[in-house]
Design a protein around this ligand. Sequence first.
Ligand code: PLP
Length: 418
Amino acid sequence: MHILFLRESYKNSSIRYMFKINENYLHLSRSYLFSTISKKVDEFALSNPNADIIRLGIGDVTQPLSPSVIDSMHKSVDEMSRKETFRGYGPEQGYKFLREKIATTDFQKRGVKIDADEIFISDGSKSDTGNICDILGDSNTIAITNPVYPVYLDTTIMRLGNSNNLMLLECNEENGFLPDIPVKSIDVVYLCYPNNPTGTVMNRIKLKQWVDWALYNNSLILFDAAYEAYIKDDEIPKSIFEIENAENCAIEFRSFSKNAGFTGLRCSYTVVPKALKTMSSNGEKQSLNMLWGRRQATKFNGAPYIVQRAAEAVYSIEGQKEVGDFISYYMNNADVIRNGLIKKGWTVYGGENAPYIWLKCPDENDSWSFFDQLLEKCHIVGTPGVGFGSNGEGFFRLTAFNSYEKTVEAVERINTHL
Ligand code: PLP
């Protein structure tokens, strides 16, 4: 009866009886960059069935998982098959065996004081960089760079709408694609170094300026270090926590996706230092470590045991060597692209401590017309810079995530046809 009544009223209802959506989603850009690219590539492939297309577009790894990772997964699959060793729900923050390995290997051995209980294992930095907003207030001003990894922008829009609270930090050729320290007050800033899409890195001096700025202004830095493993230069910090006092103003995101090829397996971690505190409106100090722990315990049931064992294997002696080889393989590709384009006289950023090469489109082409030229003349797919923000117009991203042979061939084709 009750249900019928509701249905009747719904039939005759005006709009006020309808459930509501989060209308912030209506402010999101409708044409998703990578679906537009794949539509264009599919059309090209259909009309050019013999074209051997080389994909240097999407930032996904291509090398298979390493032997240590696979061995560890086989072992843990076997454990799951036996009553005595079967695992059900694990700790939401991640297993101790992995959190401790991370704390010692990625931080303490490098002289950075981060403890296991400051590390939260997750299923990806994409989700964590978005979900972190759950523990932050809606009235915060949030800054992102332009160009930017689109997840920070879309997550912020989903939460705040097209609000005045979203600010852009302009990155361009004049500042070497590194944002200037803001003069306006900003509560939260997303920084990503090594950067996707520009491949640029932030040195110790510049990162210290950001930390000092955040400490002075009581701001929070959300530092995405998904590509730290690609840093070759010892002068470039791999973690924001290498900077003095950063534990009082920063959260760091790390992923096994790009260093160990876990893009399909899914494992990452977020570092929320215990020292990181802010004041709630009642004047009490609040710990972000406690809040994030509470958020994860409520909305997340932990990364799979098998996957966490796989991530643990990355820290074995063999695993570390394999990761090193993995990175060298891609960075060799990055060298091939970077050097090839520089030789051609093109202006190139990134690619030295990052798997991304950010090039200035030659002949004053805009990003999409260069995309079309590269596809039509060279049968190569890349990513138009403008897809990452207005400052990306006139720029283009190529990635090192393909085989060495294909990468060499791509550069040869560019030399011959452009
Ligand atoms: N952060 C940046 C800057 C990325 O480029 C990516 C993936 O491309 C991610 C995070 C996502 O990482 P994950 O695979 O851990 O979700």
